[in-house]
Unconditional design. Sequence first.
Lengths: 200, 564
Amino acid sequence: MRPQDVIVCDAKPLGAIQRLYLVEIVKGLAVTLRHFLGNLFGRKYTVTIEWPEVKREYSERLRGRHILLTREDGSPRCVACYMCETACPAECIHIEAEDTPDSATVEFEKRPKVFTIDLLRCVYCGFCVDACPKEAIVMSRVHEMAFASREEAVVGLDQLLQKGPTAKLDLGYRPYYGAPRSRIQLPIPVTAPAEPVGAR
Amino acid sequence: MANREERAAAVRHAFPPGSGVEEVGGVDLQTFRVDRKVLPAFARHLKDDPALDCRLLSDLCGVDYPDREQRFDVVYHLYSIDRGHRIRVKVPVREDDAVVPSLVSVWKAADWFEREAFDMFGIRFSGHPNLKRILCHPAFHGHPLRKDYDPGQRWLLREGEQLAPSWADEVQEDEDHFETQVLNLGPSHPATHGTLRAVVRLDGEVITQAEVEIGYLHRCFEKMAEQHTWNQVIPYTDRLNYCSAMMNGVGYALAVERLVGVTAPPRAQVIRLILSELSRIMDHIVDIGANLNDLGAMTPFLYMYEAREEIYSVLEACCGSRLTMSYVRIGGLSFDVPDDFESSVRYLLKRIPRLLDDMERLITDNRIFRERTEGVGAMSAADALDWGWTGPCLRASGVAYDIRKAEPYLGYETYDFKVPVSHAGDTYARYLVRVEEMRQSLEIVAQALGRMVPGPVIVDDHRVALPPKEEVYTEMESLIWHFKLVMEGMKVPRGEVYGYTEAANGELGFYIVSDGSGSPYRIKVRPPCFAIFQAFEHMLPGHMVSDAVAILGSMNVIAGELDR
């Protein structure tokens, strides 16, 4: 390595004032006092939020709990192709397929009979969303999940299928086309937004 | 290439053809196949011959080829700091006689790496001072990385079967007839920051003997990588050094890309670089913060974590997760960054130096901190190299080795930055080097922001990267590529590569062997803190218990990376 690429940062000997220690204490206290006053009157330095009263709005890419989207008639978009099950590095998805009775088109001749995700095994990497060729599985921004038992964390079709219109879903990581749909909020908003996130 | 010839000649001079050393074609690195009988002499020659000068043993691992007569290869990766070349050495051994001479007397760094190869493959290293399992539990059966080991097997391992060091039960008295005391530091101790255990013998408050036990967080990363496709390994890499998860993914992707022969588009490279440098800052924040916290200085820890929170916000908006990013894909990135990425990073560039200044005002010339850390855990440059140290810890000992300068990747050679070096080698020097590195990383990020050219962030090659979703929904051909990539995984050409990047802790190496199928044949991670931490038990004697905490904190041992 060339010498000009190196910056030497050896310890400098302490000066007499630093050895005396008292002046340094005052200087240090000035720093902490500045932070204290800044936080007391303006929350100038804090990035902590008063959860759960105040909730943070995450970006629209947040990888949270999965949603299985439905078609307009309410049937699942999933065609039980096993792509997400194969792509899952944590092996937490389990699918069993069945024939769709009286399907109008060839395109939708299969549907999932069983579709479970073990949310405790899931690593929330989003590979299932990337793998899905039908935009059937997407992720929401729901990341606060609590279960009373391990069995409860294995969620099936009844809990995964979307409820209500798509516009009302708190969608997170999902395929998109064109402009990136995400934003960064800095500095981190530490006070409650006018409309709480949970209300949506 | 001329140098390669020179090195080959230097080897031939001492080991003429027929003496058990032969040069075999190595595509990425010059490779020698060595008979185990001449291995100690050959290793000594590699280290001492001025034309070869391989003073750093960066990696040592086993590879299993069940179909070969000589079933195992022990693979050594060596590096010359002064001459900047790498050499790979392979020693084949038979299964029924899997014994290789230990190289601990040549490079101390071989100590834990040999134990790991023994643990994983059952290769015995004759002459090793302490050859026992290191990552797996002592009561574990079999050798997990052998190809015929079924990963689904389970063993019931009980508490109490942990091995205590052989000296733990001895009763010793010091010269004043006081009995010494054996104490466990960890595995769940607030100052170990991860599950590590150090058994120490105390004479009063002074440590006289120490032995470290690791492996509490072993998750079989390498075995799991063999069971998955190349892209599925990426979420696993996030959990190596989880304080700077982005850099692991980048290191892995660069290694695989070298083997496949693709290069990420320029925009992806700049984004990878910016996020890697921000991750480096985060990692140093965690390390310095935790180190200071252990020494009783809570305030700077909390101040610096503000910066870390905000960097995480940027990462979360880019990839959807704060800690385990899974942002990198082989051939690029999963998504482009949001529109306000640049302005947010500029905000960070203004904010982080202020917090750094505040921390420095509190700590750098603080007499208490300096007296707690100066001269504590000092390591000389020669010893540090011998132990296989890299990264900030090595640079604090006075060796200016940084892969970003020595063998640049991601275009680091075009950025203007300096490598901080300190000479004392003690805990305080490691602190100083890390602080300066954060400032240099900010410089790099500032330069990189101006180079964010518009364009794609992943290669347009459907053998490697998933086609865009709109094409998958509408075009048959894209759907087929998509299907093949997901179901079979991308195909990586047969071969081997050792990819290395400068992670926050030092040289993060991925030795990858591919057999041409959809999943890796062997991935060996060379975690920087594995080499660093093996020196810990040898640094402790003579220090007090409270110094042990200070030394441990300054080494930045991340258990996720240490145990894999």
